[in-house]
Design a protein around this ligand. Structure first.
Ligand SMILES: O=C(O)/C=C/C(=O)CC(=O)CC(=O)O
Ligand SMILES: [Ca+2]
Ligand SMILES: [Mg+2]
Length: 390
């Protein structure tokens, strides 16, 4: 069976073959990624059922997110038929994938802290005289509400933030001198507005997954964040991949979550929603880390159940991120804070040594997961270059 899309990158053993089909937005509107190119879906709307057409001719993915799981399934099934057919549907025209823009309107943004290795590493560095893990951590997915308005699409330059940091004689103001990354997986919500979403209903409210780089200014963060939590040290920029890989594509990647202990009933999963996603962090062209998402201690289903257990509603466009993904090994750490052990162990990046980010540095995060029948499912890259503070 050969598709009219004659492209070696559109194959089962490649991340963006017909098993993946992520959605994004290009100049022509809503599109699906096929290999290294994008297929705008608006011009193909006539090939879909009447009620689905407005979802595809819309300027971005907001309407599709709002439509809900039954429509997501129908659109994906029809897209798959169209892209695997022997002949091109009327109106089909492939465009470059790198023209993608921000695909949806971010409603609210929440960030969790669900990697035990990351939490213990940060605890050891920031609270050397205390237990690395605080007592709540094994009982709930710790998180905070972030800033939706500063979530940017992959490729957006990151301006080094200004702020206060601790100095020898009181606070000092200026550009951050400890600018860092956080390699994470993000979950894009959709479907009905709902509060108290159970862990088993969570998949009905998650449209798909994106790579996330939650840029963090460690000096600003360390000085400001006690006791209320992350504020300006993390609110200046969070980058997301431009293509959302549907949750449905991850069916073969499911693994039991690496549970942290006995949980209260509302956090107990009846279906395992851990995900075997392999992440890669590239700093100026050098792979510096391979964080394993399967080591996370809470799944997205538990995170969504927790986020709404007080009655707070989730709505289409909400984005929540997993928390920095770090594994037990040194070369599996998802932040430069950890990779350089708070700046004390510089990392080899190309021919240079780095601790935190310098102006002009580029960081790219990609991820893959096992797909059906031995195929591979990809998450599109999230990349960003640091530019000097204005
Ligand atoms: O433990 C701390 O004091 C700080 C932790 C973080 O900075 C991590 C964070 O914001 C959430 C995450 O991405 O895991
Ligand atoms: Ca984070
Ligand atoms: Mg951030």
């Amino acid at each position: 069976m050969t598709s009219w899309i004659d492209d070696p990158a559109f194959a089962a053993d490649k991340p963006f073959g017909p098993q993946t089909l992520p959605y994004g937005v290009v100049a022509e509107g809503v599109a699906v990624r096929v290999g290294d190119r994008a297929l705008p879906l608006g011009p193909l709307a006539a090939a879909f059922d009447d009620d689905l057409r407005p979802l595809l001719t819309a300027p971005n993915l907001d309407a599709l997110l709002a439509a809900g799981p039954a429509e997501w399934k129908r659109v994906r099934a029809r897209v798959r038929e169209l892209v695997t057919a022997g002949t091109a549907p009327e109106g089909a025209a492939l465009v470059p994938v790198d023209t993608a823009r921000m695909p949806f309107t971010v409603a609210d943004y929440v960030d969790f802290y669900s990697s035990r290795d990351h939490a213990e590493n940060v605890g050891r560095m920031f609270r050397p005289n205390a237990e690395p893990l605080l007592p709540n951590w094994t009982h709930l997915p710790v998180g905070y509400h972030g800033r939706a308005g500063t979530v940017y699409v992959s490729g957006t330059d990151i301006v080094r933030p200004h702020g206060q940091r601790a100095g020898e004689d009181g606070p000092v103001f200026g550009p951050s001198v400890r600018l860092d990354i956080e390699a994470e997986i993000g979950f894009v919500c959709g479907g009905a507005v709902a509060g108290r979403v159970s862990a088993s209903a969570a998949p009905d409210h998650v449209f798909g997954l994106v790579t996330v780089n939650d840029w963090s200014a460690r000096d600003i963060q360390a000085w400001e964040y006690v006791p209320l939590g992350p504020f300006l040290g993390k609110s200046f920029a969070t980058s997301v991949g431009a293509w959302i890989t549907p949750l449905e594509a991850f069916a073969a990647a499911r693994v039991p979550v690496n549970a942290s202990g006995k949980l209260l009933d509302y956090l107990v999963e009846d279906q395992p929603w851990g995900l075997d996603i392999a992440i890669e962090v590239v700093w100026n062209g050098t792979v510096v880390s391979r964080p394993p998402f399967r080591t996370m201690a809470y799944s997205f289903a538990q995170q969504l159940a927790h986020m709404t257990v007080n009655g707070a509603t989730v709505r289409p466009g909400d984005l929540f991120a997993s928390g920095t993904v770090s594994g037990p090994e040194k070369d599996q750490r998802g932040s430069f804070l950890e990779l350089s052990w708070n700046g004390t162990e510089p990392v080899a990046v190309g021919g240079e040594k780095r601790t935190f980010l310098e102006d002009g540095d580029t960081v790219t995060i990609t991820a893959t997961a096992p797909g059906p029948d031995g195929s591979v499912v990809g998450l599109s890259e999230v990349t960003g270059t640091v530019v000097a503070a204005g």
